[in-house]
Design a binder for this molecule. Structure first.
Ligand SMILES: [Zn+2]
Length: 126
């Protein structure tokens, strides 16, 4: 069984401008927190004040983004008509046997032998 896909672009297009502004800014703030953390983590060793600030920034911006999304995007947008959860549309194909796709498939060193069957599962899957 393959999960239906969540189309983020379509949901985004349906949001009012104030929601797009708030969520967009929060997403960029979250990215800034990750980049800050990545930069100071490489420079330092252990739990320096900068690393702790970066960790807190990631937590804070993630919570803010979650709250804004909860405020503006109805939960029904994340399920298909039968109320089943959906995978992101940007993930690409996933293997019908193991469920891996994208980066997960690459980490296995596997490739596609069919549209929805990876080389690691080929031969053992039906
Ligand atoms: Zn597989």
């Amino acid at each position: 069984m393959s999960a239906a896909r969540f189309n983020g672009a379509a949901v985004w297009a349906g949001l009012p401008p104030e929601a797009q502004a708030a969520i967009g800014a929060a997403a960029l703030e979250h990215e800034a927190a990750f980049r800050y953390f990545a930069a100071v983590y490489r420079e330092g060793s252990g739990a320096t004040p900068a690393v702790r600030s970066g960790e807190d920034a990631i937590d804070h911006t993630r919570e803010r983004l979650d709250d804004l999304i909860d405020d503006y995007v109805p939960a029904v947008e994340y399920v298909d008509p039968e109320d089943r959860p959906m995978l992101p549309s940007t993930l690409g194909p996933v293997c019908r046997a193991c469920g891996h796709g994208g980066v997960g498939l690459a980490s296995l060193g596997a490739w596609w032998t069919e549209e929805d069957l990876c080389s690691a599962c080929a031969g053992g899957a039906s």
